[in-house]
Ligand binder design. Structure first.
Ligand SMILES: [Zn+2]
Ligand SMILES: [Zn+2]
Length: 225
């Protein structure tokens, strides 16, 4: 029996999001970083520039990571098969788009990513204050991405607006063609990269649920011919 579409209203969706381990982790991370950054002093022009840089870069990395990492097919490298765990996890999401548990980034990815994220900002920025601004901006962008993606997979259906467009496009990605509509939060990126054609011109892909990969129960994966 098909799984029912979860969470028909915003309040229920928010409760499920905040109750998910990854949602909780990100909200706590944003709270801690917000408090530490506030204690470091007022925002200056450079802080605004760093936050603006993150806001511009984020939708492009989102598209690129979705296209080239999450949809990466397993590859043979000598005797080994390279099949990143996040790509396998994303295939599970495509196999059952109404399973909210696997809609969000897993905590086994977010937890080890946190110290890497901190280290990168500390190395990249000239001061600790700007590094904190960068960490906070990236965490807020991650929450915006996670929440938007999560909400597109619920029964919440606004009649119009930005989110309505995002939801429509993301559902086309899941149910029409997995190699189109890669953007999550900014539809413009798909328009720019030519991955948002008129849906009536796109045939329904037979591999929209599998991404053309056979995932076996023993954990092995093979690219379908
Ligand atoms: Zn999705
Ligand atoms: Zn996808």
């Amino acid at each position: 029996m098909p799984r029912p579409v979860p969470a028909a209203d915003l309040g229920e969706a928010l409760r499920l999001f905040a109750g998910h381990p990854s949602g909780r982790l990100l909200l706590v991370q944003a709270g801690v970083l917000g408090a530490v950054r506030a204690a470091a002093g007022p925002l200056r022009r450079q802080d605004v520039a760093v936050a603006a840089g993150v806001a511009v870069w984020w939708p492009f990395q989102e598209w690129l990571a979705h296209r080239y990492v999450l949809h990466a097919a397993p590859r043979r490298l000598g005797r080994r098969t390279v099949d990143p765990a996040v790509a396998r996890y994303h295939r599970r999401h495509h196999a059952d788009p109404w399973d909210l548990e696997h809609t969000m980034l897993p905590s086994w990815f977010l937890l080890p990513a946190a110290p890497v994220h901190v280290a990168l900002w500390l190395v990249a920025m000239p001061t600790r204050r700007l590094a904190l601004t960068g960490m906070l901006a990236t965490t807020v962008a991650t929450i915006a991405y996670e929440w938007t993606h999560f909400l597109t997979h619920t029964g919440y259906r606004p009649r119009r607006g930005w989110f309505r467009k995002l939801q429509r496009r993301h559902r086309l990605h899941h149910f029409k063609h997995e190699q189109r509509w890669y953007g999550f939060t900014v539809p413009f990126v798909d328009d720019l990269f030519g991955t948002a054609p008129d849906p009536s011109t796109v045939p329904t892909s037979p591999t929209v649920r599998t991404l053309g990969v056979e995932d076996h129960t023993d954990g092995a994966s093979t690219a379908a011919a």
